[in-house]
Design a protein around this ligand. Structure first.
Ligand SMILES: [Zn+2]
Ligand SMILES: [Zn+2]
Length: 160
């Protein structure tokens, strides 16, 4: 993510927090920035280590967990349950409501792409669930495998 995108996301994060009477404190913002700058999901400990390495103040793991919980509660950050790692929402521009998200996790390069109910397929899946009379709150599906790019690079290696 480039500087401009990060700035835009931080701006949105501020509004998102204000909407629910929370504040994007300096530390919360710094944690979010670390996740935005990482190109893969990070564990709370990795966030803590990064924080203590690059920020001018230090932080303990407990605070990192607390901050991540707050950021998660306002949908700025998602926790991947299968990996117990955190990533920033890929739709941090206010475009989605997060009733259902699907995460595609690459086992090889550890990048994650997020598809949510703005996608037709996810929306119809969600409608099907509701048609059974079930009322889902927040839900996420995690699918692990190999991303397009990694499949490509492996096949290239074999060809050579
Ligand atoms: Zn999201
Ligand atoms: Zn990959």
């Amino acid at each position: 993510m480039n500087k401009q995108q990060i700035q835009k996301t931080i701006q949105f994060a501020n509004t998102q927090c204000e909407n629910v009477d929370k504040r994007l404190t300096k530390k919360r913002q710094q944690v979010l920035e670390i996740l935005l700058n990482a190109n893969k999901p990070l564990s709370a400990y990795e966030v803590k280590n990064q924080f203590n390495k690059i920020m001018d103040s230090s932080i303990v793991a407990m605070s990192v967990y607390r901050i991540l919980n707050v950021l998660e509660s306002v949908n700025l950050v998602h926790r991947l349950k299968s990996e117990n790692k955190y990533m920033p929402c890929s739709h941090a521009d206010g475009g989605c409501h997060h009733q259902l998200s699907i995460f595609l996790i690459c086992n090889s390069c550890h990048t994650v792409s997020e598809i949510n109910e703005t996608d037709e397929l996810v929306r119809s899946l969600f409608k099907k669930v509701q048609a059974t009379g079930f009322a889902p709150t927040t839900s996420q599906l995690e699918i692990s495998g190999t991303c397009d790019e990694c499949q490509h690079s492996t096949s290239e290696l074999i060809e050579k």
